[in-house]
Ligand binder design. Structure first.
Ligand SMILES: Nc1ncnc2c1ncn2[C@@H]1O[C@H](COP(=O)(O)OP(=O)(O)OP(=O)(O)O)[C@@H](O)[C@H]1O
Ligand SMILES: [Mg+2]
Length: 245
């Protein structure tokens, strides 16, 4: 059985909106109660993608938790504010809980050890929307096999908890870790930049590498980052392929 317990469970999963205009027409949304990996290089838009998800879920009044391991809350809030989202308001009314572990990291906390029980550490309520930005710090110096075990156990616990989770990872992980992650999680979305030789433009694009029990687009989805956040170009892709992995 796969780590998220999905083997044999071919019922259609429902999806939680991404919060990005036109994106749900392409990727349907994030599988509810499951874990999605958001991978991408530096500056590819991972954090902004997760902010769309959290801001939209908070606006619907759903419980959200953000675990920040790399950036301070102030910086995240000011990025969100630049797009018109007042995260402080949601934090004050109890819709959003933000946990920062940068201070603990700076203070020498041993992250790989913390990984195992970090669910208790952050006390995620049942059914909450959870973002961990960024998970890569938990993988440093871990052996691939131990890392896979930890990921499987984390993804399993999150499913039991009914959390719809986005785990952010950097693209430049070593191959064994990357492969462990891809197999442990229910769906994988990758953000990247590429040079278009015809226009000399640097384009931003995302691809759905997998999303179990869900139709996924067969082509890349192009986007820009604007003063309103992620802007999907075109109308969203019409080409779908049905993949059950
Ligand atoms: N208002 C804006 N207009 C255009 N681009 C913007 C705007 N706000 C932020 N950006 C761009 O968005 C990109 C950063 O997005 P984001 O922080 O989500 O990336 P990331 O993948 O999380 O990066 P990191 O690896 O550093 O965590 C930067 O390249 C930044 O210049
Ligand atoms: Mg980021």
């Amino acid at each position: 059985m796969s780590s998220d317990g999905s083997a044999g469970d071919r019922r259609r999963v429902s999806h939680v909106p991404t919060g990005v205009d036109k994106l749900d027409a392409s990727i349907t949304g994030y599988p509810r109660g499951r874990t999605t990996l958001i991978m991408g290089g530096a500056g590819s838009g991972k954090t902004i993608l997760t902010l769309h998800f959290i801001a939209a879920a908070c606006a619907r009044g759903e419980r959200c938790v953000q675990l920040l391991t790399e950036e301070e809350k102030d910086d995240i809030y000011s990025q969100a504010r630049s797009f018109g989202w007042e995260m402080e308001k949601y934090e004050k009314d109890g819709t959003l809980t933000v946990v920062e572990i940068l201070p603990e990291r700076v203070g020498g906390m041993r992250l790989p050890e913390k990984f195992q029980d970090f669910l208790q550490f952050i006390k995620v309520p049942k059914g909450a929307n959870l973002v961990v930005d960024n998970m890569s710090v938990f993988g440093m110096a871990a052996e691939a096999i131990r890392y896979r075990e930890r990921m499987d156990s984390l993804v399993f616990k999150l499913k039991q908890q009914g959390c719809t989770t986005l785990l952010v990872f950097d693209d430049d992980l070593e191959a064994a870790m990357r492969s462990a992650l891809m197999h442990s999680t229910f769906s994988v979305v990758r953000l990247f930049k590429r040079d278009n030789p015809f226009t000399d433009r640097r384009e931003r694009a995302m691809e759905v590498i997998k999303m179990r029990n869900t139709r996924i687009p067969s082509s890349h989805i192009f986007y820009e980052i604007t003063d309103a956040g992620i802007f999907i170009e075109g109308e969203g892709k019409a080409n779908f392929t049905t993949v059950k992995s």
